[in-house]
Design a protein. Structure first.
Length: 146
């Protein structure tokens, strides 16, 4: 599925090739990751429990986000609340609108899956307390419908 597309950026469903490209990109940045992390999201997508979304910038994989429309974990787990997990943009593609478009797609998935309102929980892989010095926090998006 294509969520967004323009001359340079496409936001679409994650593929198996993307899983390998994202893992390679994160490894090049010094992260200890494997394609298995993303391949498990694809399996969960096939099961209908996850929506795995990828960003492609000028033909190169640039980022990803995973949405669980009915989360089973966390403080809102089991209550019919969506959850956003594993949201990342590779460093060389940051500050070019990739993350914003990924979040827009995730919000569209949440809106489509939430009837009559609801709240989405967002889990961060790097909490504010462990951000590198000088990295400023971005404004949080409201994901509440009322």
């Amino acid at each position: 599925m294509i969520y967004y597309s323009d001359d340079t950026l496409t936001i679409r469903t994650l593929t198996e090739a993307d899983a390998h490209a994202i893992a390679a990109g994160e490894q090049a940045q010094g992260y200890d990751t494997t394609p298995d992390r993303f391949l498990s999201r694809l399996r969960e997508q096939e099961e209908g429990t996850c929506v795995a979304i990828a960003a492609e910038y000028n033909g190169q994989i640039a980022g990803y986000i995973h949405v669980y429309p009915d989360s089973k974990w966390g403080p809102l787990g089991g209550r019919g609340c969506p959850e956003i997990v594993d949201f990342g943009v590779l460093e060389k593609f940051r500050r070019q609108g990739v993350g914003a478009r990924l979040m827009d797609a995730a919000e569209a998935v949440v809106r489509a899956g939430v009837s009559g309102g609801g709240t989405a929980q967002v889990l961060r892989s790097r909490p504010a307390a462990v951000r590198p010095p000088g990295l400023r926090a971005r404004r949080q998006r409201r994901m509440v419908r009322g």
